[in-house]
Design a protein around this ligand. Structure first.
Ligand code: ZN
Length: 313
């Protein structure tokens, strides 16, 4: 199966085929007596994930955990469908996001405001999950996957206040969702992902510091795949975030209008995509997930809240 990639340490990457493209959002299956899937992608493409799991021989009773780094719909939108297909699976998410999976009406409505027509063509609505099957976790909680394997769950805010990472301490694999940024095919460097409504610059840097202290053996981005070597990638993510924030802040100081910040970021960071990329989807992936406008919106909101003393830090 082309959508499934075998990785070291009993980890399998599943291409969720988000927006019908390859290598936009990855799910990661951890093999163990109680297997865990990290991320499932949006509802509209979740059938690819379910097909891949079945193709790997998993039937309804097999999946023990679905771990969601956060509840943005490109990660968690299909969670209700995965829960329905695997009735023994517990959905694991930050305690700050759990209620939105039980009653996703607000999540779907606010997502529609951000995504517009893409809700109907790319994402789809998140369906409700029985509260008894959603486990909201705090920093430091662990999942016992059996056979001596466990996942440490870390509260890693910045990209979103309810963001968590999952650390497979045995192998050293660290699943970071969106908290390190995105690096998809055709990209030269990691690009920060700083969307509204609750991107926080200080927390995002702190989260990167925490990852560096863990000294992971490999870092898996949701968008998309491993970044190597991990310490270099984390240092790169930190310096790119600094560069984006400095550019956004200088633009915001000139004119606080969103258009101006967006255009400044677009001009300054136009070189992040390989000009001769043979992949026709290189620009499309970025426009979908971590576009200049979405990142500018997150920065502008953060700077405005900070000026009012309303940020978390
Ligand atoms: Zn996100």
């Amino acid at each position: 199966m082309t959508d499934v990639q075998t990785l070291p340490a009993g980890i399998t990457a599943i291409d969720t085929r988000t927006a019908g493209m390859t290598k936009v959002t990855a799910g990661y299956l951890l093999d163990a007596p109680r297997p865990a899937l990290v991320e499932c992608g949006p509802a509209l493409s979740v059938s690819h994930v379910l097909d891949a799991l079945r193709g790997m021989g998993m039937d309804g009773g097999d999946l023990a955990y679905l771990v969601l780094s956060h509840i943005h719909l490109d990660h968690a939108g299909g969670a209700g469908d995965v829960a329905a297909a695997f009735p023994h699976a517990t959905v694991v998410v930050s305690e700050l996001g759990a209620r939105h999976l039980v009653d996703p009406q607000r999540l779907n409505e606010s997502s529609r405001q951000v995504y517009g027509d893409l809700m109907d063509s790319v994402y789809g609505d998140c369906t409700p999950i029985d509260a008894r099957r959603v486990r909201g976790v705090a920093d430091g909680e662990q999942l016992d996957l059996g056979g001596g394997r466990r996942l440490d769950l870390l509260h890693t805010p910045g990209h979103a206040k309810h963001h968590i990472a999952a650390y497979d301490s045995d192998s050293g694999a660290l699943f970071v969702g969106d908290s390190v940024g995105v690096k998809m095919p055709g990209m030269i460097t990691i690009r920060p992902a700083t969307p509204p409504p609750d991107f926080d610059l200080v927390l995002a840097h702190r989260t990167l510091d925490r990852y560096r202290a863990l000294e992971p053996s490999v870092v898996y981005l949701a968008h998309y795949g491993a970044v190597d070597p991990p310490q270099d990638a984390l240092a790169e993510a930190d310096s790119r975030l600094r560069a984006w924030a400095e550019t956004a802040e200088a633009a915001y100081a000139e004119h606080s209008e969103l258009d101006h910040v967006t255009e400044t970021l677009a001009a300054r960071f136009a070189d992040e995509v390989e000009p001769d990329s043979a992949d026709p989807d290189a620009e499309r992936r970025l426009a979908l997930l971590s576009g200049h406008r979405s990142n500018a919106m997150g920065f502008v909101r953060y700077f405005a809240l900070r000026a009012e003393g309303r940020t978390a830090t």
